[in-house]
Write a protein that binds this ligand. Structure first.
Ligand SMILES: Cc1cc2nc3c(=O)[nH]c(=O)nc-3n(C[C@H](O)[C@H](O)[C@H](O)COP(=O)(O)OP(=O)(O)OC[C@H]3O[C@@H](n4cnc5c(N)ncnc54)[C@H](O)[C@@H]3O)c2cc1C
Length: 152
């Protein structure tokens, strides 16, 4: 199925969520409001306690994010990119340019894109930039279904 469905058991929360979703219209998000019968028709093994849902149609899903990342890496190299390993925290300014150490020696460039994920602050703080970045820990859970029920 495309996107994901946000399902509600509480009528008041469902009404609020519908109003909130409509309030997002200026962002051009695509979604479909599924009243109870429509939801049950779409996902007929859902428990009878559900009162409705919102099908968010825009989000994309990737089953194998590692393969996607490797695909991008290959494309990058096909287009002339190179991968060199080094500690980005060695970045410094030398004669008006940026320089960073790599296993193959120093690399010098006019411009640098820093994309160290949540570790980016390690780099910025050493250079005197005060950018508030922190690592946030998140959790996700997998649930089993009752009596082997399956989603479409
Ligand atoms: C458990 C978990 C589950 C997630 N699930 C999802 C999901 O389902 N869907 C989704 O969209 N997002 C998910 N995310 C979020 C997603 O992984 C991140 O938003 C995304 O990876 C950020 O990409 P990035 O390139 O900015 O940083 P990163 O992917 O963190 O890449 C930063 C890179 O910098 C390198 N690096 C760090 N410090 C240095 C240094 N000093 N020198 C050289 N290299 C350095 C790191 O080794 C790393 O390779 C999940 C994250 C986690 C932790």
């Amino acid at each position: 199925a495309k996107g994901w469905i946000e399902v509600f058991r509480d009528p008041a929360l469902f009404e609020q969520a519908k109003a909130d979703a409509k309030g997002l219209s200026r962002y051009g998000l695509q979604f479909e409001i599924l009243e109870c019968g429509q939801l049950q028709a779409r996902e007929h093994q859902l428990d009878a306690s559900v009162v409705g849902g919102i099908h968010w149609l825009d989000p994309k899903t990737v089953n194998n994010p590692g393969a996607l990342t490797r695909g991008y890496a290959t494309l990058f190299m096909q287009r002339g990119g190179q991968f060199l390993h080094g500690d980005a925290r060695s970045l410094r300014q030398v004669d008006g340019q940026w320089q960073v150490d790599s296993r193959r020696g120093p690399i010098t460039a006019n411009e640098v894109v820093a994309c160290l994920g949540p570790q980016s602050a390690d780099l910025f703080s050493g250079l005197g930039y005060q950018i508030p970045l922190a690592i946030k820990r998140g959790y996700h859970m997998h649930y089993s279904t009752r009596d082997g029920a399956q989603l479409e």
